[in-house]
Ligand binder design. Sequence first.
Ligand code: C5P
Length: 398
Amino acid sequence: MRILLGVTGCIAAYKSCEVLRELQRAGAEVQVVMTASAAEFVGPQTFAALTGQPVGTALFGDAVDPIPHIRLAESCDALLIAPCTANVLAKLACGIADDLLTSTALACTAPVVVAPAMNVHMYENAATQGNIAVLKRRGIHVLDPDSGYLACGDVGPGKLPAPHDIAAAVLAVLDGGARPLAGRKVVITSGPTVEPIDAVRFVSNHSSGKMGAALAAASLTAGAQVTVVSGPVSTAYPQEARVVVVGTAEEMLRAAVGEADDADAIICAAAVADYRPAEAREGKLKKGADDAALEAVRMVRNPDILRTLAEQRRRGQVIVGFAAETSDLADAAQRKLASKGADMIVANEVGGGRGFGADESRALIATSGGIEEMSLMPKAELAERIVDRICALLPETS
Ligand code: C5P
């Protein structure tokens, strides 16, 4: 097991020595890459002595290897960056590769684990939180910092977790411990549906697909094979997910039913248009000449995809629905749990800037076991919690 340890420039850099020792105690061969700022805190010689390997500090000037970042990226089973500064987090989120560590990270196809450590205000800054959400969406394992008395005197989250916990997180990623959905298939409906009135007009809604994308990323990180059945959105789904793009609710239903057969979990996060025009007219209805037809567009109910999938479920399948509400989330969630035949309803607050298109969500999760209220959190984090709860509901595989 070869682990590449990236060390960046903050006061917690000295703790990397202990992280390194923990990894070695677990049997890992560790090599270290440092940023220039990290070398201001701990000398490369310290890591060279602890690892018995040269320490990577520069993209250029390696007499033996003219492209060290590629060799380093290809030769490790996991890349751990601990501590990771706000600056390096931001570079990773943007794909900036301006030194040996960030170039190696960009070239690395092995699992990447990042342990942020910084001042509480830097950690809580929207820019940092946004960067963490981006990295999580890409399947990078971002550890939560510990909370406490920080080197700068402030108190709050931002401390590097205990070396033993960091090493344990890396080992869990490597041995599949953090991949509880390995061998499982998750189907996610996402985005809006689009119901044509004529060749150019349609009825739809503002769903962005962000929650579906976050759920796809969290399911992939947990090791699942993921299919997203999505209405048209501009949000990008993770590359490793299979994406089936549909237009209408009826198309979404057909695609979802087709995918559901061998699915272990189905998450209906799509904002399906409840009604569609009874008739989709060929060509464009003309203002004036077709006023009567346009003024009298008759709407009919669309199929309920979630309910249909729940009715057709195969044994052991976990089915999750959403409820977008402006008030009384708990009541709505409990009612929908029964009326839809789902195992879990995630009720989230919409309106007042929340819900569609937002990066954060306040939600509660209802199951037959009760209601769990969540605080306002990034959709990436909510998705992780939902996937955790799904894992708990899935039957053991034989
Ligand atoms: O009934 P309501 O639209 O509030 O239920 C929301 C939940 O049902 C979501 O999970 C949504 O994806 C799903 N749904 C569906 N098909 C519909 C309407 C809603 O799958 N036609």
